[in-house]
Design a protein around this ligand. Structure first.
Ligand code: 4NP
Length: 156
């Protein structure tokens, strides 16, 4: 059975599309595209149908990540069934996902991205939307670390 991972942030235009691209890069490099797939979503619908934030795209492309996803809102009626790991970027995302869950099984699928970091000191992937360039770089730094740990967890 293919393992399915869903990355979740607030708007689905900065952090979770980046997580998707970084994770896809690692999955491809490991030759596991037949075994593992991922998607992303937002807890809010503000940017539904939009491509990723231009600032996030330009920081990501410099590290070789193309952000191709189109924003969508998390849908508890299908996403809890469709995915094995549902991963919020910060505590607000995790709390919102927990509020939307309706079973112990759903609850058990919810994680925070930084749970998978091996370099210490980060307890969330901070929202870069209202900040400067450093915030976008920090998002990518944390995601590159966390995605390695996540791949090890998912591949088992
Ligand atoms: P994201 O960033 O949750 O990483 O996609 C944000 C994008 C949009 C907004 C906030 C955060 N917003 O308020 O519109």
């Amino acid at each position: 059975m293919k393992k399915r991972v869903l990355f979740v942030c607030l708007g689905n235009i900065c952090r979770s599309p980046s997580a998707e691209a970084v994770f896809n890069g690692l999955v491809k490099k490991a030759g596991l595209t037949d075994m593992i797939e991922c998607d992303s979503a937002g807890t809010a619908a503000y940017h539904e149908g939009e491509t990723a934030d231009q600032r996030m795209q330009s920081h990501a492309i410099r590290r070789g990540y193309r952000l191709t996803s189109i924003a969508r809102k998390f849908d508890p009626s299908v996403d809890f069934d469709q995915f094995d790991y549902i991963i919020g970027m910060d505590d607000d995302n995790v709390n919102d996902l927990q509020d939307l869950s309706s079973s112990i099984e759903d609850m058990g699928k919810i994680f925070k991205m930084t749970d998978f970091c091996s370099h210490g000191g980060h307890y969330s992937v901070p929202d870069p939307y209202y900040g400067g360039a450093d915030g976008f770089e920090l998002v990518l730094d944390i995601l590159e670390d966390a995605c390695e740990g996540l791949l090890n967890e998912v591949r088992g």
